[in-house]
Design a protein around this ligand. Structure first.
Ligand code: AMP
Length: 283
């Protein structure tokens, strides 16, 4: 199979899209920060069932990292990523340099409330969704994609992006892909490579704790009691919890009982130097 073409300039991306449109093709976008794993590839596969052409963006977006986060050490492996994309139906990689996305006179920030300010990720990463919303608005504008796909793995991000396209009348349809996991339940993440062998053995407890809370809640247990017991599982595995909460699955507002709407459990915890996030539906 031939390699997926890679472009780094917005103009090249636009030329590609224009040519495909003239040929009557629909366009899909899979935004990523690279260090691709099977979770990313699954999004490309899902998307390719809905559109004629799939564009994968690979951009480690500096504006969604705060100064004390891992922007500098975030894995960058474009060559390996391009090879991995041979396994799926990707038609173009857009891998811009930082200066292409943020020239020196760049002056705009997309600042959101709603699902971007619900005291989950935003409480611990106050400028994160500002960076995400800004870069996603740019990518959707640059590509003019018919459909873009995002993973449920970053569940709050998914709701933020849905709100963003509604609020700014962006015509791209947003699709969600389910979270791909290792056999032991750990959600695939580019950051899992930071885990030591010992931490890797403990990390699945995060998912197991979520599963345990869901089964307690579904068998009629009290939500806060179920979450308390799950906290213990996570802490006993040596993790430090940022949050573990039951929220309304769409608005992400706090939920005290299952009668208040579809529920989602969301968790973030530190295992050594690595911050892990995960979430599952209560169903
Ligand atoms: P990232 O490269 O971490 O910014 O992720 C790019 C996209 O892949 C986002 O929409 C993520 O939600 C999604 N993603 C990350 N991990 C997984 C996974 N384990 N399963 C499915 N999608 C994922």
């Amino acid at each position: 199979m031939t390699e997926v073409p890679v472009v780094t300039k917005v103009e090249e991306l636009r030329n590609f899209v224009r040519a495909k449109r003239l040929a009557g093709k629909s366009i899909g976008l899979t935004p990523t920060m690279g260090a691709l794993h099977a979770g990313h590839l699954s999004l490309v596969e899902i998307l390719s069932q809905h559109v004629d052409c799939v564009i994968v963006t690979i951009f480690v977006n500096p504006t969604q990292f705060s100064v004390n986060e891992d922007f500098g050490r975030y894995p960058r492996q474009l060559k390996e990523d391009i090879e991995k994309l041979l396994k799926v139906k990707a038609d173009l990689v857009f891998a811009p340099h930082v200066e292409e996305m943020y020239p020196s006179d760049f002056s705009t920030r997309v600042i959101m409330s709603g699902p971007a300010q619900v005291n989950l990720e935003d409480r611990f990463r106050p400028t994160h969704f500002e960076g995400v919303a800004t870069v996603v608005a740019k990518l959707l504008n640059q590509s003019q994609a018919d459909i873009a796909i995002f993973g449920e793995k970053d569940y709050q991000q998914l709701q933020v992006i849905r709100q963003l396209v509604r609020d700014l009348d962006i015509s791209t349809r947003i699709l969600a892909g389910p979270t791909l996991r290792e056999a032991d339940g750990l959600a695939l993440s580019s950051r899992n490579i930071y885990l030591s062998e010992d931490e890797r053995a403990k990390a699945p407890q995060l998912y197991l704790a979520l599963r345990s809370a869901v089964s307690q809640i579904l068998s009629g247990g009290d939500i806060s009691e179920a979450l308390k017991q799950s906290c213990e599982i996570i802490v006993n595995a040596g993790m430090k919890i940022d949050y573990l909460e039951a929220r309304h699955a769409e608005s992400l507002t706090p939920l005290r009982s299952m009668a208040e709407g579809p529920a989602r459990l969301l968790v973030a915890a530190h295992l050594g130097k690595t911050r892990l996030i995960d979430n599952i539906p209560v169903s």
